[in-house]
Design a protein around this ligand. Structure first.
Ligand code: UD1
Length: 431
């Protein structure tokens, strides 16, 4: 088992370049199979969720060429199956985008039930409702199977604002016959990115980024070259890292507009935040001030930043309240953070935090992707040596996380948990 071993307690400073957005790239790569022409996707992050999806796309017969770690060429002309059933695909959430993509292109898709981080019950009823409204028959067992002799545009009103359902229905509708109107859709930057990519392939999608998306079905899609937007959550994670370690970090290759909710919260709790065209510098001004955070759909404070801001607030001067409105099981990291001396109680979907001046090092297990990044931040803030196991979760969504941290001055190493020699060597290092 691989773990992080961390020597925390020093301010992290410098520049970090943010990778492409994982959640945009997952939708875009699934969409890429919808044409028989070649598609080039640039700025994809080199993370395990993306690699699993690419394996699945290769598995159904598409040609997948990884040009370099952040660029892939995909050609869907050679697809010979609409069944996606591999062990690894059930581990990632976004496997379900292949239902929308294959149903839209071939009128048939059978995909193993999606997995993903255990942060809530994660139903997909809204995706299925959308497919049915477009005329598909859908059955659910270990596999979700959708078929349609012809998909026809329709008026779809989502009961819940869902990122996944918005993208999936959009995928199925781009090649449907006639006009589809989807109301009460998600507005996250990655929705807009997937829509822009589909439009670059010849789709006719209007309104992405607003509450209503209109899609006029087209006969077919063509090849394209497209670059994914930067990852809002990776950027936000490094911004929180600057505050937690009392450092000074410039996050580069970002879209500051996407960061507004996070920047505003960091300013509110006392950090200095300076925006440039495609970068943001966050300078800690000492201990942050306690605050209230409510996670909301975009443009609200993102749920995927909730554990990271909780770590920052656990070291704040004063008390804080965090209300989680999207995922009911997103406080699993609290038990780990308490090992570091954080004082947090959770009641339902609300966490009450009593700020502490210092966290103390601990041995922790990572419960999910974003919690893993947050606990790493906590370990880097606490003076002394901490360990984190189950870091595979972090590698699902952060490209070269430990490498980027080291470049900011962090003392962090990925080691085999059994490798006592390496662990002792790290602990003995003179700093
Ligand atoms: C995506 C992100 C995830 C992020 C989440 C919310 C990916 C791969 N993952 O997840 O990191 O935390 O958006 O920003 O992009 N719901 C239903 N029925 C459905 C679909 C969703 O009830 O059919 C509920 C969910 O239980 C949840 C809420 O809607 O409470 C939002 O879920 P959704 O936006 O769909 O999240 P994902 O797309 O799974």
């Amino acid at each position: 088992m691989i773990q992080y071993i961390v020597r925390g307690g020093k301010p992290l400073c410098g520049e970090v370049t943010i990778a492409g957005a994982k959640n945009a790239a997952l939708g875009i790569l699934a969409a890429a199979v919808m044409t028989d022409e070649e598609v080039t996707v640039e700025n994809i992050p080199d993370v395990s969720d993306i690699n699993s999806l690419l394996e699945a796309i290769r598995g159904i017969g598409a040609k997948v060429d990884r040009i370099d770690k952040n660029t892939v060429k995909i050609c869907g002309a050679t697809i010979n199956s609409t069944t996606v059933n591999y062990d690894y695909i059930t581990k990632i959430r976004a496997s379900y985008y292949l239902i929308g993509a294959l149903l839209g292109k071939y009128g048939a898709a059978s995909v193993a039930m999606p997995g993903g981080c255990k942060i809530g019950s994660r139903p997909i009823d809204q995706h299925i409702k959308g497919f049915k409204k477009l005329g598909a028959k859908v059955s659910e067992s270990d596999m979700i199977t959708a078929t349609a002799s012809e998909l026809k545009g329709n008026h779809i009103f989502l009961d819940i604002v869902s990122v996944g359902a918005t993208i999936n229905i959009m995928l199925a509708a781009v090649l449907a016959n006639g006009l589809t109107i989807i109301e009460n859709v998600a507005k996250e930057p990655h929705i807009v990115d997937v829509a822009n990519f589909l439009n670059s392939m010849g789709a006719n999608i209007k309104g992405a980024g607003t509450d209503v998306i209109r899609i006029m079905g087209v006969e077919k899609l063509h090849g394209s070259t497209y670059s994914c937007i930067p990852d809002q959550i990776e950027a936000g994670t490094f911004m929180c890292l600057a505050v937690a370690t009392k450092g000074d970090i410039t996050v580069k290759n970002i879209i500051p507009k996407h960061m507004e909710a996070i920047s505003a919260k960091l300013v509110e709790i006392g950090a200095e935040v300076y925006e440039e065209d495609d970068s943001i510098r966050v300078i800690s001004k000492g201990r942050p001030i306690g605050s209230t955070v409510k996670t909301r759909v975009y443009p609200g404070f993102p749920t995927d930043m909730q554990p990271q801001i909780a770590v920052v607030l656990s070291m704040a001067d004063g008390n804080s309240i965090i209300n989680e409105s999207i995922w009911e099981a997103r406080f699993k990291y609290v038990a780990e953070l308490r090992k570091m001396g954080a004082v947090i109680t959770v009641e339902g979907n609300t966490a009450f935090i009593e700020g502490r001046d210092l966290l103390t090092p601990a041995a922790m297990a990572v419960p999910d992707l974003r919690a893993g990044a947050a606990l790493t931040i906590a370990a880097l803030a606490a003076e002394g040596i901490s360990t984190l196991t189950d870091i595979e979760y972090i590698e699902r969504g952060y490209e070269d996380f430990d490498g980027k941290l080291r470049a900011l001055g962090a003392s962090i190493k990925k080691v085999d948990s059994e490798d006592d020699k390496e662990i002792t060597k790290f602990k003995m290092q003179v700093v």
